[in-house]
Design a protein around this ligand. Structure first.
Ligand code: BGP
Length: 488
């Protein structure tokens, strides 16, 4: 079994988890810069100051984000550690990092552009040239090394000023600022970049860090995402016009929801939760909200702030391909608690889990690839998949990460079966994250994904030295044989 030569093999990163250099090159503050570290027991938080001078911290764990109290202004506190400020310093290691990726025979590299590096407050009329030049050298180096750039325009963050002045994605001003930012990227990189993602995990973002909204209730959230979907549609329409042949996706956190039992009540509960994930995808792939959207708005008490022309805007910018992150599957029944649109529910007794409790389910990947391909009849692209694990490095920084090899082998086999046996048109696979970086959900370094080990701990101590794990040579061979070595 072998995938076609056109198949894109690569890795994926996000700027605030990888780059650092938060106060260099004219970069402005970004919403994630106020997010502390954390771990499984202690969630990450946004630190803030109240008008009376007292400081505090609001839980920021992605879908479980708490609102900021009335009058709170995010601020940086001396005794806190903020992982995005240094991340793993790709800002100063970019050339070495790209060479490591190319050394694995990768032919695509997915990375995100930091909005506040291009428009420091989001509101300037002209972009920050130093920021554009930083990404330009990365794009040029990718091409020189044989890797197509795949750019995420908005990976869960936005300039602090937009959050402060406009409540982030609550406001239509943010849509205009985003379109100007996207246009700047298109004009500068149009001849060098074909693949674009307008947003990352738009179905999983919530609250201050990812949406810039001070509240995190359903009404705020669904209105913010409505504005994001309008922004995406405008960017896609503009991108297609300016860059013939360009291909656009938005990335969705995606997984299977299995019914806890075959009791009709459990199956129905599963279907209802599942729909919420399709709510976003259906709208952006088809250019209009699905019929069941009304039921969701009603159930959750949402008043969507429609404006004239919104329907036309959505219709003018449907996506070219459907892209997903796939890490796990979920199990849900009529009485399951804490199941979000994306994850949670009950454990699955048939599946092992990662040390972070995520069920490991390769067949689920084949399931969703078939499902999405059937539903939209457009190409799919797996832009994140990987295993967060505790790696123990020897004195040379070598890790015998056989567990990661097992995880990836099983998922890649499932992907190959979806393509070669089921006929799914899959553009490519970018593994999260080829070089160790800071975890999004917990802010730890201890949760490592890479083929490359980075010598740094949870508090940013370490030499930042990069070293190859066992999985590095293994993956290089998988890509060189276009997947054939997975079956030996
Ligand atoms: C996705 C994000 C990534 C990434 C990944 C792994 O939700 O798009 O930014 O971090 O998940 O998650 P975590 O880092 O929490 O293990």
């Amino acid at each position: 079994m072998q995938l076609p030569e056109t198949f894109l093999w690569g890795g994926a990163t996000a700027d605030f988890q990888f780059e650092g250099g938060y106060d260099e090159g004219g970069r402005g503050l970004s919403t994630h810069d106020f997010e502390t570290d954390g771990n499984q027991e202690n969630p990450r938080g946004i630190t803030y100051r109240l008008p009376n001078g007292t400081t505090g911290r609001a839980r920021s764990s992605f879908f479980f984000a708490d609102p900021l109290p009335q009058g709170a202004v995010p601020c940086l506190l001396e005794d806190e550690y903020y992982p995005s400020h240094k991340a793993v310093d790709h800002y100063h290691h970019w050339r070495e990092d790209l060479e490591l990726l190319a050394g694995m025979n990768m032919n695509v590299y997915r990375f995100s552009i930091c909005w506040s590096r291009i428009f420091p407050t989001g509101l300037e009329d002209t972009p920050n040239e130093e920021g554009l030049a930083f990404y330009e050298q990365i794009i040029d180096a990718c091409l020189e090394l044989g890797m197509q750039p795949l750019i995420t325009i908005h990976h869960d963050e936005l300039p602090f000023e937009l959050a402060q002045k406009y409540d982030g994605w609550s406001s239509r001003t943010t849509i205009d600022c985003y379109v100007r930012y996207a246009l700047t990227l298109f004009e500068r990189f149009c001849t060098r970049v074909t693949y674009w993602l307008t947003f990352n995990e738009i179905n999983a973002v919530r609250g201050y860090a990812s949406c810039g909204t001070h509240a995190s209730d359903n009404n705020t959230h669904y209105n913010a995402v409505h504005n994001m979907m309008l922004a995406s549609a405008r960017a896609v329409a503009l991108g297609h016009k300016l860059m013939p042949g360009s291909l656009f996706g938005t990335m969705y956190a995606f997984s299977v929801f299995y019914p806890a039992t075959c009791r009709p009540e459990d199956v129905f509960a599963q279907m209802q939760k599942r729909r919420q994930t399709f709510y976003y995808m259906d709208t952006m792939m088809r250019g209009h909200y699905p019929a069941f959207a009304r039921e969701i708005w009603q159930q959750k008490g949402i008043e969507l702030r429609w404006e004239e022309g919104d329907e036309d805007t959505l219709a003018a910018g449907p996506l070219d391909f459907v892209s997903i992150s796939y890490y796990r599957s979920n199990t849900i029944g009529a009485s399951s608690e804490r199941a979000t649109e994306v994850m949670g529910g009950e454990g699955n007794p048939h599946l092992p889990t990662t040390p972070w409790g995520w069920p490991i389910d390769p067949l689920g990947l084949r399931y969703v690839l078939n499902e999405l391909s059937d539903r939209y009849e457009r190409p799919v692209f797996v832009v994140e998949n990987g295993m967060g694990a505790v790696d123990v490095a020897d004195e040379h920084g070598y890790v015998a990460d056989d567990y990661r090899i097992d995880y990836l082998r099983d998922h890649l086999r499932a992907l190959m079966q979806a393509v070669l046996e089921d006929g799914v048109n899959c553009l490519g696979y970018t593994m999260w994250a080829p070089i160790d970086l800071v975890s999004l959900s917990t802010g730890e370094m201890a949760k490592r994904y890479g083929f490359v080990y980075v010598d740094m701990d949870d508090k940013g101590n370490g030499t930042l030295r990069r070293s190859k794990k066992k999985s590095y040579a293994w993956m290089a061979q998988v890509i060189a044989t276009r997947g054939a070595s997975l079956w030996k």
